[in-house]
Design a protein around this ligand. Structure first.
Ligand code: GLA
Length: 368
């Protein structure tokens, strides 16, 4: 059987956090950094997996069920399981994973891995799936095999990514609408500041936020918070029990509005407004959704104090990265200043890179 190669990028979310599992809106971009899977299929029923990041190789059975594989190989095993569950063929072979997406930084290294594995497997078996179906299969593997109760944003971003475009996603209809987003064309850079504090959102806090939103939806008599979007906010909040759940709902409903405003501002090329919405999103995540940390808040506040048009946490929270929209000529001085503030507060040095919206996941032709 023929050797195949597939690549799938990580993502950053420009705005719209924790809205995906509330059937709301978000606006991620795919990164240039990607995970590549090289797959040499054979007639066996196991996959021998090697990774540039993980040292020793591991082997799993292509018929493994949830609970039988753990560690990082649960992501590829979960993707293969979900593909078979959806009725598509899976085969054994050797897989080599190479990743440029920082792991545990909230840049969706997991979704990149799942999507690259799925594309490689489909290329090997000659199956071609609709992009939405592919994203849902990857998510199912992560939810039901790995056991992380995440939404669909990361997989959609990795699969639908487009150069110089952000993806306005409506999670109610699963519609993905690319919106022009090329900060460089407006003299700006999108700076990613990785705190190097690993996030762990498959653990309690992410699930607790989901539970809060679900509880509030029940109190409001709706299936998802999306159904009360656009209604009078104060009146909606008055029908939710408890201050904590009320603040969670306020974040989701105001965040959805910010996403739509941001899509509008991007389409108009109004990056000042995009920056302002990013900062307001951060404040909402800090005060209402409570998914930031003192470390992350310091980075976001420092970036804005030193000239960013706006800055916010990106991803699930509790660590990971801050993104900042910065006039291109100010980037170096700003990064130095943020580094200085972090040193002063005795936090570890961040890793910093400039991001631009890149292409989505795809199998790559192999010669020979
Ligand atoms: C993680 C999840 C996504 C989404 C974000 C928060 O990245 O995988 O589904 O919920 O957190 O916006």
């Amino acid at each position: 059987m023929k050797r195949v190669v597939a690549r799938a990028p990580g993502r950053i979310n420009v705005i719209g956090e924790h809205t995906d599992y509330n059937q709301g809106y978000a606006m991620p971009i795919a990164l240039a950094q990607a995970t590549t899977v090289e797959f040499a299929p054979d007639d066996s029923t196991s996959i021998r997996l090697r990774s540039s990041e993980e040292g020793a190789g591991v082997t799993f059975d292509i018929h493994a069920v949830p609970g039988e594989v753990d560690g990082w190989s649960a992501y590829p095993a979960g993707a293969v399981w979900a593909l078979a569950e959806a009725g598509h063929p899976v085969v054994g072979g050797s897989m080599t994973v190479t990743s440029e997406v920082p792991i545990g930084a909230g840049l969706s290294s997991s979704a990149a891995l799942e999507c690259a594995v799925l594309l490689a497997m489909n290329a090997a078996t000659g199956v071609s799936l609709d992009r939405l179906e592919l994203a849902r299969i990857a998510q199912r593997g992560e939810n039901d095999f790995v056991g992380a109760p995440t939404g669909l944003m990361d997989q959609l971003a990795s699969i639908y990514g487009e150069e110089d475009r952000a993806l306005l996603i409506d999670f109610d209809t699963s519609a993905v609408t690319p919106v022009s987003f090329d900060p460089a064309a407006h003299g700006c850079s999108l700076v990613v500041i990785n705190s190097n504090a690993a996030h762990h959102h498959s653990t309690g806090e992410y699930a607790a936020r989901r539970a809060s939103c679900a509880r509030a939806a029940r109190a409001l008599g709706v299936d998802s918070l999306r159904e009360v979007q656009g209604e009078d906010l104060e009146r909606t909040l008055a029908r939710v029990d408890g201050d904590t759940d009320r603040r969670r709902v306020r974040h989701i409903l105001t965040e959805n509005e910010r996403v739509l405003d941001c899509a509008h501002a991007m389409a108009e090329g109004d990056l000042n407004r995009v920056g302002e919405l990013m900062t307001r999103s951060h404040v909402s995540m800090r005060d209402d959704f409570e998914i930031t940390t003192a470390h992350i808040d310091l980075i976001a506040e420092s970036a804005v104090r030193h000239g960013a048009l706006g800055a916010r946490l990106t991803g699930g929270g509790f660590g990971g990265c801050v993104i900042a929209l910065v006039p291109a000529g100010d980037v170096d001085a700003l990064v130095d200043a943020v580094r200085g503030d972090l040193r002063g507060a005795e936090y570890p040095a961040p890793d910093v890179f400039l991001a631009r919206a890149g292409d989505g996941a795809r199998p790559t032709p192999v010669s020979g």
